[in-house]
Design a protein around this ligand. Structure first.
Ligand code: SF4
Length: 309
């Protein structure tokens, strides 16, 4: 069988479903290659798109069968609001989902780096996030590290909420034992932090960890947790990044308060702007973003008022 792959997103990130599909087809003895207009006829072509804003593949595809999947096809807009249409996405069959990915598809990006999920799903169901609809509203263990890691020096973990998984301890221990550098790219849920979790996370080899303070009203729950994690890890702000969601349901005063509070506690805030397309560069949230997310300016200009003159 001749199999074509199209990574629709023009980004520098390896597409995990395509790497798994490639591995599975190669294991069946099929010929797999990236599809473009010179490829010729294929028995099957897989198209994967992660981001809704990526333009679709615009050329004709010569194939008996075309399968499209990924959040980029499932996220729809109705009345200016995003929603995730699960019927427009495709779940990989178990034997594909759990195969060791074909990292050779992205030799540069996966150089000494493994990518994967140990858990899927998240119990939170935040209004601005599609994880609960896409993966389920609880965090479930789906793999051991050995499923996608074979000694690479770096591991990029894509789990939405590993700390909510009942097997968090066993999974963190696997990450510690790997002695690899761990990048938990979807962040850690600070609201679920305990002293035991903080002690284990402190033993991970990380360049940085990411938390989020999205809902202003979580203030009383999460500030003591931030303090506890800081005391246990003893990490400096360069290793402690916190995403701060703005332009969703907070006031600008609440945005500023979160930024100042996090900085005073020794964390590094990072501004995320919801629905950025409907803001302009002159809006306060966009100016806040430019100030806070430029570490050099943020650490030298003390207040937003000073920054905006
Ligand atoms: S906690 Fe994070 S992963 Fe879970 S629903 Fe909220 S934003 Fe999504």
């Amino acid at each position: 069988m001749k199999v074509g792959l199209i990574d629709v997103d023009p980004h520098n990130y390896p597409n995990l479903p395509l790497m798994k599909l490639s591995a599975w087809h190669k294991a069946q003895g099929d010929h797999v290659e990236w599809y473009d207009i010179t490829t010729g006829h294929c028995d099957i072509v897989y198209m994967s798109k992660v981001f809704s804003f990526s333009p679709d593949y615009e050329y004709c595809i010569d194939a008996d069968k075309i399968i499209k999947g990924g959040s980029g096809y499932a996220i729809k807009f109705v009345d200016g609001k995003e929603f995730y249409d699960k019927s427009a996405d495709v779940d990989l069959p178990d034997e594909v989902e759990h195969i060791y990915p074909d990292y050779s598809l992205y030799p540069e990006m996966t150089k000494d780096t493994a990518y994967g999920f140990l858990t899927r799903g998240c119990p939170r169901g935040c209004d601005f996030c599609h994880v609960a609809v896409k993966e389920g509203q609880c965090s479930v263990k789906v793999a051991d590290l050995s499923e996608f890691w074979r000694g690479q020096k770096n591991i990029v973990l894509c789990d939405p909420n590993i700390l909510a998984c009942p097997q968090w301890k066993e999974l963190l221990q696997q990450l510690i034992d790997s002695k690899a550098y761990i990048d938990i790219n979807q962040g850690l849920d600070i609201r679920l932090m305990t002293e035991e979790k903080a002690q284990m996370i402190s033993r991970l080899k990380v360049k940085a960890v990411h938390f989020a303070w999205d809902r202003y009203e979580d203030k009383d729950i999460i500030l003591p947790k931030f303090q506890m994690f800081k005391d246990i890890s003893k990490w400096g702000y360069r290793k402690l990044s916190v995403y701060v969601l703005t332009n969703f349901n907070t006031t600008f005063e609440q945005d500023l308060e979160r930024v100042y509070t996090l900085r005073d506690m020794g964390y590094d805030p990072y501004i995320m702007v919801y629905d950025k397309a409907h803001t302009t560069g002159r809006d306060n949230v966009r100016r806040l973003q430019r100030w806070v997310n430029n570490r050099i300016i943020f650490r030298t200009v003390n207040t937003f008022e000073d920054y905006t003159g």
